[in-house]
Design a protein around this ligand. Structure first.
Ligand SMILES: NC(=O)C1=CN([C@@H]2O[C@H](COP(=O)(O)OP(=O)(O)OC[C@H]3O[C@@H](n4cnc5c(N)ncnc54)[C@H](OP(=O)(O)O)[C@@H]3O)[C@@H](O)[C@H]2O)C=CC1
Ligand SMILES: CC(=O)N[C@@H](CCC(=O)OP(=O)(O)O)C(=O)O
Length: 315
């Protein structure tokens, strides 16, 4: 009988790590190995456990993720495969980008890669909206894109959760107004844009759920497409996708409807007479934006079927 693959989640007590652990706990095809909590930041203890497992999932701040990747590399031939949930390696060509829906080839690249970087929450939705348009020539690569987004406060990890749940944070705020948010690099790179997009995130007083929205003046696009043309392009691109769905436009949209799932909905809200449209992507920042996506990638990397929903949502 084939050996059950083993996984160590480095950072399993954090927001993302905990949700990956909960999802993996119900899978019979994977054995999760945990570190002694007292030694969870001890490099030697982490390195020793890395040597014993097939796959390490990094759910750490960027600097700690880089340190962990170096610890794994120091094991040479005994190094485990890595899946990094942080921002540290997302545009590093030595790491596969863990967005299986990016291209037809991406699932096979992820399945074979020694190192995979899980995408950022905000870029996941924006890339899935933009890349097909750029590839089809419907949007020029140098188009001046603006992405607005809202996240639940769990997107800021344990520190932001404590601020909101301790009533020490505003009900709503926009941020990243220096225009240098850490997600812009991967958003631009994997969308295929040559001009740096403007990205304006915001966070509200609710735990989880995310919407990216991208306004378009259709008369500035080649061929002046109608909203229905864009919707048809996206629908054809994601036909048959297990998790990404193109669904009808709605006059209003709230961000929490897909929580605890790995689903992502794309919409084209448009007004043909005005020549304007807004593209939206709705998903769970902790689901397809983090832990659900990580479990999807773990399934591809280990070649096993996985359940990407949280156990409560799967009932
Ligand atoms: N939350 C989200 O929606 C998303 C998060 N991510 C990314 O996932 C990663 C983890 O984020 P998140 O779970 O939100 O963060 P949290 O702050 O909730 O968790 C991080 C965990 O890492 C631990 N940790 C910190 N430094 C070390 C270290 N040197 N060695 C071992 N453990 C360490 C922390 O312990 P302690 O608290 O004791 O310091 C904590 O348990 C980040 O890179 C984040 O950017 C990605 C997508 C979405
Ligand atoms: C609300 C909030 O603060 N969100 C975080 C993004 C979530 C995150 O940490 O994302 P990645 O690890 O995927 O890059 C932020 O804007 O920095």
């Amino acid at each position: 009988m084939a050996k059950t693959p083993t996984v160590f989640i480095d950072g399993e007590a954090g927001t993302t790590g905990l949700q990956i652990r909960e999802r993996l706990a119900i899978l019979p095809g994977i054995a999760v190995r945990s570190i002694d909590p007292a030694r969870r930041k001890d490099p030697e203890a982490r390195r020793a456990l890395m040597a014993e497992v097939d796959l390490v999932v990094l759910c750490l701040p960027d600097e700690a993720a880089k340190e962990s990747a170096a610890l794994a590399a120091s094991l040479g031939d005994a190094a485990p495969r890595l899946l990094d949930a942080s921002t540290a390696h997302r545009v590093n060509p030595d790491w596969a980008y863990g967005l299986p829906e990016l291209t037809a080839e991406q699932p096979a690249l992820i399945a074979a890669a020694p190192r995979v970087s899980n995408p950022g929450c905000y870029p996941t939705g924006a890339i899935l909206l933009l890349r097909p348009l750029v590839e089809a020539g419907l949007m020029p690569a140098d188009y001046p894109v603006c992405v607005n987004a809202i996240s639940g406060y769990s997107g800021g990890g344990n520190a932001m959760i404590a601020e909101y749940e301790g009533r020490r944070a505003p009900d709503f705020e926009i941020y990243g107004l220096g225009l240098t948010h850490k997600h812009v690099a991967e958003l631009q790179h994997y969308s295929g844009l040559t001009r740096r997009p403007i990205f304006i995130p915001s966070v509200g007083d609710y735990r989880q759920g995310m919407i990216d929205s991208i306004p378009l003046h259709l008369d500035t696009l080649p061929g002046r497409p109608k909203p229905a043309d864009i919707e048809a392009l996206l629908a054809a691109r994601y036909a048959g996708s297990e998790y990404v769905r193109v669904v009808p436009a709605t006059p209003k949209l709230e961000p929490q409807a897909l929580n605890n799932t790995n689903l992502l909905e794309l919409r084209v809200h448009g007004n043909e007479a005005l020549g304007q449209a807004v593209l939206t992507a709705r998903f769970d920042n902790l689901g397809k934006g983090a832990s659900g996506a990580a479990v999807q990638n773990i399934g591809l990397m280990l070649g096993i079927a996985v359940e990407t929903r949280l156990p409560a949502a799967a009932e």
